[in-house]
Design a protein around this ligand. Sequence first.
Ligand code: PHE
Ligand code: ZN
Length: 876
Amino acid sequence: MAETEPQSPPPTIRREDYRPPAFLVDQVDLHLALHPTATRVKAKLALRRNPAAAPAADLELDGEALTLLAARLDGAPLGADRLAHLPGGGLRVADVPAAFTLETEVGISPEANSELSGLYLSGGNYFTQCEAEGFRRITYFPDRPDVMARYTTTLEADRAACPVLLSNGNPDGAGELPDGRHWARWVDPHPKPSYLFAVVAGDLVAMRDRFTTRSGRKVALGIYVRKGDEDACGHAMDSLKRSMAWDEDTYGLEYDLDVFNIAAVSDFNMGAMENKGLNVFNTKYILARPETATDADYEGIETVVAHEYFHNWTGNRVTCRDWFQLSLKEGLTVFRDQHFSADQGSAAVKRIGDVRRLRAAQFPEDAGPMAHPVRPDSYVEINNFYTATVYQKGAEVVRMMRRLIGEANFRKGMDLYIARHDNQAVTIEDFVRAMQDASGTDLSRFARWYAQAGTPALRVRDAFDKASGRYTLTLAQSTPPTPGQPEKQPVPIPVAMGLIGPDGAELPGAGLLLLEEAEQGFTFEGLPAKPVPSLLRGYSAPVKLSGLSLEQLGFLAAHDTDPFVRWDSAQQYATAEMLRLVEEVRSQKPLALPEGLAAIFGAALDRAMEDPAFAAEALVLPSEDFVADQMAVADPEAIHAMRQFLRGALGTRFSPRLAALHGALEETGPYRIDGASIGRRALRNASLAYLARAEGAAGAEGLARAEQQFEAGRNMTDVLAALRVLADSDSPARQAALDAFHGKWRHDDLVLDKWFAIQASAARPDALEAVRALARHPDFDLRNPNRARSLIGAFAAGNPARFHDASGDGYRFLAEMVIALDAVNTQVAARLVSPLGLWKRQDAARGALMRAGLERILARPGLSKGTYEKVSKSLA
Ligand code: PHE
Ligand code: ZN
């Protein structure tokens, strides 16, 4: 349902305006009688004045889209004289005592809830989503994370329609009711903020398992899905058990209830939600079978299951004081899930993937109109701040802190943080203070990373004095201005480094440099010859490094002992050459494959079988968007032409070896999801993609192999890789393959999403026409966030060449879709605006067309405040 429109601009919420809540809630007793259009929610709240807050005579509760049916204070009905409805839907109760019980009864309509916030229906089943501000759509409440209460929840529903009734905590009784209804009660012994409340009810089946914590608590595990999907939960369950054991081993943190349930839902705004004892997941991050899920899907499931489980301590037991502190739980928990996944397989390959995602999503955000610090200072709509900056950059900041104080001190700091703040709602300062106190390291300057937006640029210069053997590295930093922050201060940048001698051997001197000032020199004595510096090993800081020559980059790509720097140097080398080639495209010069790049590519192929997963990463050229980010004014057409040329030229040059790899890596045994198997498939499919772009007979052979691989249908990873190759080509087999795929998978939502996304991101000239036709396809559904993202998001964020078509049609399409979606689901609509916001990076003509798209959205009467915030900030 659409939010009511902001006629005057909606208010800005500021961090500095934080005040403690006037009232605290000790106990919440909820009773939900579930009905599709007329659910009744009775709430009994034990409230008292907060001694730490300014005194208030009246109680103000948040509420949204609620119909008040009754209200009592200490058992006595409240009349209209004591009750006032607040703008936006809240409720004021006048003149309340110091401590009292408030009972309310409200009506809500789950069926009318297309926003997917609060209580809603999906496929006939009930789900809730309360983070950040959804609980107020279920009952009147001080809906803010610093109000932590104990909850008892009783659910009542039709037994046939809803055999399963779940909520937070432990089960505490169930029974029959007249008229075919039944009830179940849940008690959560742990105090929690309202955003962690959850209810799931419906006709679901469970995959069950058990876990015994190291102190001997027996935990019943359940993953609830729709009938027929119970066989697709094994990987999620296995990931859950490994996460539970890992948190015990790594942080000494045990699970704290008798049950841990997960429910999967196909209509969900985000990836998943860490509700206490009852996680709710987008089906995308639970369901996996080899025939339907790709390796990337399997990896996503492992990561997200771990992430939500880890929130039990970092987020739930210790929570956020206010939403400005969101990275307190999200940055820390992303860091923890990254560390967990790295421990499950190849840490280097995991790190490369994480850095790739940071550069693809967070760097543009940090350079665009929505740039904000990891701890923002203000927002209009908090849902707009569940960002790559809060999550991914927040995780990088935690990682840097750990590197600075050391692993052992970091663990001590975590212990101290939890010991000090268990069952509290705290701030990022509290976290940093725990790390500082545990390590004895002054982190006050380091905390600038939380306050300052923008990606620091790190420039290196070096000099060698042959006579004395002295080598000097000069590091300089600067952070570009961002909206509201014109001046930047230097931040402490940990630079993990080493020195490589001319023969490729590691020299003494490796360690951690800390760049604290705008510029600092570091000297190394007694070197026999000028070394090549290996900097930011393991990507020790989220900065943009420059200053190394092509020669130095090529050398590091070949010789560095640090796999991250080896990979990244090759990427930086390729980027430099790609930028040069873009200029040649623009001046209409004939293009030639740069020999240095070919040599790096060839060397990666030579060593490919030593570490296929790493090789697969090394073979992928920097993306079109990444190249565009390095240009003062992007040129999407030229970048696309250049990258396609390079892919073809590399495919042509190396076709015999690519074909050999594709053949040698063919699988014969059963599908396995270990890192080694995933790596082999990734390398095989990377080889296929190049081969299919080769000229002449080699290219034809590549396409023929893609057809065979598609038809063999061994697993979704291989099928999709082959389909992507075909979808990007002019092969006569293209349409038949797309049709066959649709015919086979039209009844599997998650697979059908892939079918939409592959066509939306295909770089063919007719992509936008195809996308417009797909938006009218009977299987397209704007109300399902996964489907909307798989068409609109995949096009606007994943197909730069066609989105930025000089006609402006791509921009117009996105604007139309955002407008349509804003009337259905404002959160998903606001998220899709982002690609239009990056207009400053394009040429004047495109920039004007992008702004016209934004203005068109802004002119729409009744726009939600979330979409309004994104669009208006993008135009500023
Ligand atoms: N807190 C969730 C997570 O990161 C994300 C989320 C936010 C889900 C808001 C739903 C709504 O794990
Ligand atoms: Zn999270």
